[in-house]
Design a protein around this ligand. Structure first.
Ligand SMILES: [Cu+2]
Length: 159
């Protein structure tokens, strides 16, 4: 319990400086509502989702990292026959004027490999996104259940 409380304090204080970066817009791209789904205790990997719009030129996401896990991988989840399989991809390309929409249940996502603690609903944590042509961007990820996170992300596009 003590370890967990200390970790939470560290997480909360570190997330304060990222509080304004939940939605990010630069000349080249727009990132909307990054969220991650809660993980049950003992589950080693988590998943995070975000929407990226390439505004003025193509955008290529080439990597990510976060203090909450050993590493962050770009993954693509697809049906292979009647089995869901996850594939590690080295880059995700978004064409100009296109929006990549990540949602739980399939397709691209950020895989948090080797979580240091379970992801608990209501918490927030940073992820740094690495792009081929643009500077790194730090975003604040909200831990939400799949339904709520998806609904909130969808809402951003109606503005
Ligand atoms: Cu995955």
């Amino acid at each position: 319990m003590l370890t967990r409380a200390l970790w939470l304090t560290a997480l909360l204080s570190s997330s304060v400086s990222f509080a304004s970066a939940h939605d990010v817009q630069t000349d080249q791209l727009r990132i909307v509502h990054p969220f991650a789904t809660p993980t049950p205790p003992g589950v080693v990997n988590g998943a995070a989702y975000l929407d990226i719009t390439a505004r003025t030129e193509p955008v290529t996401l080439v990597g990510a990292q976060s203090p909450v896990s050993d590493s962050v991988e770009l993954h693509d989840m697809q049906m292979d026959g009647d089995m869901m399989t996850m594939r590690h991809v080295s880059a995700i390309e978004i064409a100009k004027d296109e929006t990549l929409t990540m949602r739980p249940g399939g397709g691209y996502h950020l895989m948090l490999m080797g979580l240091h603690q379970p992801l608990v609903e209501g918490e927030r944590f940073p992820i740094t996104l690495e792009f081929a042509q643009q500077d790194d961007i730090e975003i604040e990820v909200w831990v939400q259940d799949a339904q709520q996170g998806s609904t909130d992300a969808d809402h951003h596009h109606q503005h």
